[in-house]
Design a binder for this molecule. Sequence first.
Ligand code: TYD
Ligand code: MG
Length: 454
Amino acid sequence: MKKIKLSYICSDCGTNFPRWHGHCNICGMWNTISEIKLAKPSNHSKQKSSSKTENKIQILSDINLHKLPRLKSGFKELDRVLGGGIVPGATILIGGNPGTGKSTLLLQMISMLSEKTTALYVTGEESLQQIAMRASRLKLHKKHLKMLSETNITKICEIAKKEQLQVMIIDSIQVMRITELQSSPGSITQVRESAMALTHYAKQNNVTVFIVGHVTKDGTLAGPKILEHIVDCSILLDSSADSRFRMLRSKKNRFGAINELGVFSMTSYGLQEVHNPSAIFLSKEKEDIPGSSIMVLWEGTRPLLIEVQALVNRAQANNPRRISVGLEQNRLSLLLTILHKHADLEIINQDVFVNVVGGVKITETSADLAILIALLSSFKNKSLPKDTIIFGEVGLAGEIRPVPSGQERLKEASKHGFKKAIIPSANVQKNTTYSLKTYSVKKLSEAIKIIDKL
Ligand code: TYD
Ligand code: MG
């Protein structure tokens, strides 16, 4: 009898080891290495060797790009996150917490797609009746919607091959299984082998496969970082606490930019696109409030206006509190030290709270200046005019550094009716088409003077 081959894989970084260790010496994590049983030559590897398409060396410039028109999903927000539409033959992983709306999004998408393409929705979690009920409630076109309730990957691929599909949805990878493998569905072995089989199927038949993957409590994809290595695109559907808004963000994309953001709102008619997300992140408050400033973040390929709020108050205990939501704690400490040193502000003995409105997470340094000014505004209890936007990176010497795409950020602000902008002097351009009074600054001290005068 053939011995089953074992391997050990780190669920955090995906490294293979010949034997078990408690500590992964590649990514440094503990207790992340688990045993996987390697599949006996599985169906997909057999298919590979018996592939009818002949592979020969080609010159890159001779490759016909027109063979790859992208499909439109029906959701502009989703298309943008995918880099301009669905690429044929790609495998796309959609991750997210339970209940964020992954199944709803894909059901709505397939109902729009099935009018012009052949698409199949494979469900392993919900029954066909449940999906039919949801589709009726959402008033989706059901006429051409092909559904399959199955969890056996080999069978799914066999059935799908007969259908000449263009798009297939697998909901979800955690319940799929390959019967030759001993381990239970959801285990690393099953998830990895199922995803590999689906990827082979997608590439050989030029079918786009959407794979739904659940996210564990700590926000990583259950089972596998490994999944992210296998697929072409990995996108995450995220919801901020008690919010009806859902953010779709690409984490890996072989066909477009990453960190692209798509915004949806969950309504009683399913997910609706939010085409102008800046409007939802800005408060409708007409009055100027101390401790608030508006910045322009660059999200993927477009600017986004976002409000940041700060509260600075005398510490009640010896150990002042520093709490930030949507901003990295270390960045806040750094900004506070800059403020203390270069603005001569006695902020060390103050409690400091920073909140980025709308559950947005700041990953850019262009938000520095706006955060500093919000802190200052709260400390001095002096509000900024509501029609002012601020962006710029702040260096350790208190210098204001330029940020990429300055002109696009200003244009977006002007489009939303903002009248003034405090920006790095290196971002100022002579010929501009928008009406926005710009105050250019080189140092933090200059910015503070301008605010006092505003
Ligand atoms: P679902 O797509 O089942 O989430 P996932 O597949 O990511 O687990 O979404 C379920 C949630 O969405 C559920 O909490 C109810 C909510 N929802 C609405 O608010 N409106 C709707 O029209 C639908 C279909 C779902
Ligand atoms: Mg679901």
